[in-house]
Design a protein around this ligand. Structure first.
Ligand code: PRX
Length: 644
């Protein structure tokens, strides 16, 4: 079947079709100029579409490197996602959930049903002693309880910190300790590629020695789990007697909504703080304009809720807009590589938001899995998390979108809370490999080393200028120094993204990639230092350096150069990989480990990862005479060429 045509081709670029322009929430290009000149009024107008218990007295205030939005405004996130829609959309599906086959049935929660569950669980949290401002850990798979738990925290003003379910107990523990969480919400387990993943015993290990007083356990698989008397409770048992209504807490706009940990340049992930009113405004506005949600749309964002994409576009953004969101518990290629496409056909998904790594994987798995299904319901495609190459872009456009749907290549970060660069479906253009223009009301630009704006096609540092977008981070939990140093020290009064980029003549931005020691492995953000810290926990390892190597499917994979204390022995590779899995999780496992005698260092002893990166890519390493140990380069080069 051929669906409606939402895009047309002109001058080698793609533009919205007349149908798309007619349907789109925004199609007037003057929005860019108007909002650039007066971003504060633009955001005030958008915030005004949400429900405020009390309007703000001042829209924006800056005291660098801190800034505030909607000062004095009183708001509640769960009220805006739920209560606000009950009259008009009470019976409309809010969440459609697909289990990993064959373990269960599709679950549909209407806005009214979701409202009821959230209210009840908010009362459960209160009964466990959770108060406004307390931190609550959420370590759940992709089941509707994850959105229910997040919204329930928001309802009572508790700050959630969601931890990706594939992360190890060590990773969970670090986050629980750092955020000083009082309660943890987890599950007995979940299904992944037909296997049962045991979540509860990982949670048990993580909770030991922390301040966590209560653990709530969702029964997803019904396994026999160890329950600690007085500390552990089953979700369903607590919900049985919970009241149906919980008064939403009246929050200050600047009160924190969540903390989400992400990798920076050091060994330990940092807690990024997002507040309520500004984040809600940005999540609402970007979902409305970039994904162009309407009442008849079914929006599927494939990201796990453990990442910021899941927070903003598989929970808050669609619900703030009263949209129907779809979530899927399982892996993209199980029980076969047709599962995603079968879900799109079954539920007539109209907006589909995924990552380049998944697109590249499907490109290689063969088209027969796609051709079997009717994807004509699709209207808009989205990409996020890493640069999407031209080939993958065109394949996504032709094969999944049937050449009918625009692709919005959305650039943003955990720190930015919502999308900051993307084209808009009703305005365009959609240019392969270009993310597009800065979102209305956002002053993204590119600077050279001296802090001057770059010319078209000149590469530089991607930055954001004041006034900063409302959904931006407000700090690093418990570490104000880190906040200043990582984001505000490169250029005065300007937010530095750590990404390199350039603009074309029309101001469309193309992202080159990270300029720091952060890797994107299958779209997941990891720091080289984190993996190095895990590897050096092995007693035989004296020193190590981790760098990313390009990978056809995952984008990048970590490669480790290891210096041993003694001699090499059989089995070390696997032992090291196991440590990384245990300390961080499977995503961080090195794709290759080279045992070397030395790694290139500066005279002051700093490891030159840049040289290792070049060696892995087979590029010229340039002048190495100033190194402390230039001979190490040739030795490593030989090792690499042997394994190739
Ligand atoms: O390098 C950029 C890349 O992902 C980084 C942010 O990672 P994370 O905090 O995990 O958030 C990812 C999802 C929002 C950025 O610094 N990145 C994100 N989106 C794109 C991208 N690179 C190129 N194109 C994108 N669309």
């Amino acid at each position: 079947m051929v669906g409606e045509v939402w895009v047309k081709r002109e001058d080698g670029k793609f533009w919205p079709s007349e149908e798309m322009k007619k349907k789109a929430n925004i199609s007037d290009e003057s929005i860019y100029e108007k909002s650039y000149e007066d971003p504060i009024s633009f955001w005030e107008k958008m915030a005004g579409e949400l429900h405020w218990f009390e309007k703000w007295s001042k829209p924006y205030e800056e005291n660098m490197p801190y800034f505030k939005w909607f000062i004095g405004g009183k708001i509640n996130m769960s009220y805006n996602c739920l209560d606000r829609h009950l009259d008009e959309r009470g019976d409309k599906p809010a969440i459609i959930w697909e289990p990993e086959p064959p373990h269960g049935e599709t679950r549909v929660l209407t806005y009214r049903e979701l409202y009821k569950e959230v209210n009840k669980f908010a009362n459960v949290l209160k009964s466990l002693g959770v108060k406004k401002g307390d931190r609550v850990g959420i370590y759940l798979p992709m089941i509707p309880e994850v959105q229910i738990a997040m919204l329930a925290c928001a309802r009572i003003g508790a700050v959630h910190t969601v931890v990706f379910s594939a992360f190890s107990s060590e990773s969970l523990k670090h986050r629980l300790v750092d955020s000083n969480a009082k309660v943890l919400i987890t599950a007995d387990g979940y299904y992944r590629r037909g296997k049962v993943e045991d979540l509860k015993s990982k949670a048990d290990k993580a909770v030991e020695g922390t301040e966590v007083e209560h653990v709530v356990v969702v029964r997803r698989i019904g396994s026999d789990v160890n329950m600690v008397e007085g500390r552990d409770h089953f979700w369903d048992e607590l919900m049985e007697n919970a009241e149906d209504f919980c008064e939403p807490e009246v929050m200050e706009s600047e009160d924190p909504l969540f903390i989400l940990y992400t990798s920076g340049t050091t060994g330990k992930p940092k807690g990024i703080i997002h507040e309520t009113g500004g984040y809600a405004t940005q999540a609402y506005t970007t979902t409305k304009f970039i994904f162009d949600v309407h009442d008849d749309d079914i929006f599927w964002c494939t990201a796990d809720i453990g990442w910021v994409t899941g927070h903003t576009y598989a929970c808050y953004g669609p619900l703030l807009n009263g949209a129907t969101l779809l979530t899927y518990e399982g892996a993209p290629d199980y029980p076969d590589p047709g599962v995603w496409w079968s879900i799109i056909e079954k539920h007539k998904v109209t907006i589909f938001y995924t990552a380049p790594t998944a697109i590249r994987m499907f490109e290689r798995l063969g088209e027969e899995w796609i051709d079997k299904y009717d994807l004509s319901s699709l209207r808009i495609l989205g990409s996020v998390g890493e640069p999407i190459g031209e080939e993958a872009w065109m394949w996504f456009f032709e094969k999944i979108g049937g050449g009918r749907c625009p692709i919005v290549d959305t650039w943003w970060q955990t720190e930015t809370g919502g999308i900051l660069i993307s084209s808009l479906p009703g305005i365009g253009p959609f240019i392969p490999t270009f993310a597009g223009r800065p979102f209305p009301g956002v002053r993204m630009t590119i600077l050279n080393e001296n802090g001057e704006e770059t010319k078209p096609n000149e590469e530089g540092y991607l930055v954001q200028k004041s006034p900063f977008a409302p959904g931006m981070l407000r700090g690093v939990f418990g570490n104000p120094e880190k906040y200043k140093e990582e984001y505000w020290s490169k250029f005065e009064g300007i937010y530095y993204t750590s990404d390199g980029a350039y603009k074309d003549e029309d101001g469309n931005i193309r992202i080159i990639g990270r300029l720091d020691d952060v890797m994107k492995v299958a779209g997941h953000r990891l720091s080289t230092a984190e993996v190095e810290d895990a590897i050096t926990k092995h007693p035989d390892v004296a020193e190590c350096a981790v760098v990313p190597r390009p990978d056809k499917i995952k984008g990048e994979v970590p490669v480790a150069f290891v210096i041993l204390k003694g001699d090499y022995r059989e089995g070390l590779e696997n032992e090291i990989k196991d440590i990384v899995r245990k300390e961080i999780g499977p995503t961080a496992t090195p794709a290759e480990i080279y045992f070397v005698d030395d790694v290139p260092k500066t005279r002051s002893g700093k490891i030159m990862r840049r040289i290792l990166k070049k060696l892995l890519r087979g590029e010229d390493v340039g002048d190495i005479t100033t190194l402390k140990n230039p001979e190490s380069v040739a030795a490593i080069k030989e090792k690499i060429s042997k394994t190739e």
